[in-house]
Design a binder for this molecule. Structure first.
Ligand SMILES: O=C(O)COP(=O)(O)O
Ligand SMILES: [Mg+2]
Length: 227
C-alpha cells in the first residue's frame, strides 16, 4: 500500500494571503471602508472569506451595516475577484515543491484537503503548474462535510487510493490538527501559516519551520505504529 501525504492548501502548501487580502480590500473599498493591512489580517486567511469580511467590518465599527444580504453579495464579489486574479501573487512556500517531489519519488501518493472551494483550489494549483502532482484535490464543497469533520480527510485519502492507517496530514491551523486527530492520522504542523495561536498549543505530532525539515525519515517514523 502506497502511503499518502495530505496537504492543506492555504497557509501550508501555498502562501495565498496576499491575494486573499487584495480580494478583501476590493470588497471593503467597494463599500466605502478602508483597506486592511496584510499583517493584521493574515491570521484570518485560513478561516475563509466570510470570516475575513466580518472581522474587517467589525474592526472598522461597521458590523451593523453588514446585513446577511450585504454579506452574501460581498462574498460573491470576493470569490469573483479572487478567481479572476488566480494565481496572482500566491506562491508555494519555500521548499514545498521540492518536498512534493521528494515524497512522490519515494512512492508516496500526494493529495490536497482544503476548505477552499474545490474549483478555486484546482484553478490555483493549475495556475501554479502543480495540479497533476496530486491524486485528489478536495475542497469544502467536494463532499457533504468539510474539515474539521474527519471524513473530509479520510474520504480524500480513499479517493486517492490510500488508507488512513498509512497517511500523514500536513497543516497550519487548529482546524487541520483537529481534523487529523479525529481521524487518528498523525499531523505535522507548519509554523509559517495562518494560525491565530502558537501552533505548539495545538499539539501536532511535529512542527516544521521550513519544508526541508519534512523528511522521509520523519514521515516514516510517524507512520510506524507505537509499541
Ligand atoms: O479557505 C479556507 O477556508 C481555508 O483553506 P485551507 O483549508 O486550504 O487552509
Ligand atoms: Mg490552512
Amino acid at each position: 500500500m502506497r502511503p499518502t501525504l495530505v496537504f492543506d492548501l492555504d497557509g501550508t502548501l501555498v502562501d495565498t494571503a496576499p491575494d486573499l487580502v487584495d480580494s478583501l480590500n476590493e470588497c471593503l473599498v467597494s463599500r466605502g471602508l478602508s483597506p486592511a493591512e496584510e499583517k493584521d489580517i493574515r491570521h484570518l486567511a485560513g478561516h475563509g472569506a466570510r470570516v475575513m469580511i466580518q472581522r474587517a467590518f467589525e474592526a472598522q465599527g461597521k458590523l451593523d451595516d453588514l446585513t446577511d444580504d450585504a454579506l452574501n453579495a460581498l462574498l460573491e464579489r470576493f470569490i469573483g475577484h479572487y478567481e479572476a486574479n488566480i494565481p496572482g501573487r500566491s506562491k508555494p512556500f519555500p521548499g514545498a515543491v521540492e518536498s512534493m517531489k521528494r515524497f512522490a519519488d519515494e512512492g508516496w501518493t500526494l493529495a490536497v484537503c482544503t476548505n477552499k472551494f474545490e474549483s478555486l483550489a484546482t484553478h490555483l494549483l493549475e495556475g501554479l503548474g502543480i495540479r497533476t502532482a496530486f491524486a485528489t484535490v478536495s475542497g469544502s464543497d467536494t463532499f457533504a462535510f468539510r474539515k474539521p469533520d474527519p471524513r473530509h480527510l479520510t474520504e480524500t485519502i480513499a479517493a486517492s487510493g490510500g488508507d488512513p492507517k498509512h497517511s500523514l496530514m500536513l497543516g497550519d491551523s487548529r482546524t487541520d490538527i483537529a481534523t487529523a486527530k479525529a481521524a487518528a492520522i498523525p499531523v505535522v504542523a507548519v509554523s509559517f501559516g495562518y494560525s491565530d495561536v502558537p501552533i505548539a498549543e495545538l499539539q501536532p505530532e511535529r512542527i516544521i519551520d521550513h519544508f526541508d525539515e519534512l523528511t522521509i525519515a520523519m514521515a516514516d517514523e510517524l507512520l510506524t505504529p507505537k509499541q
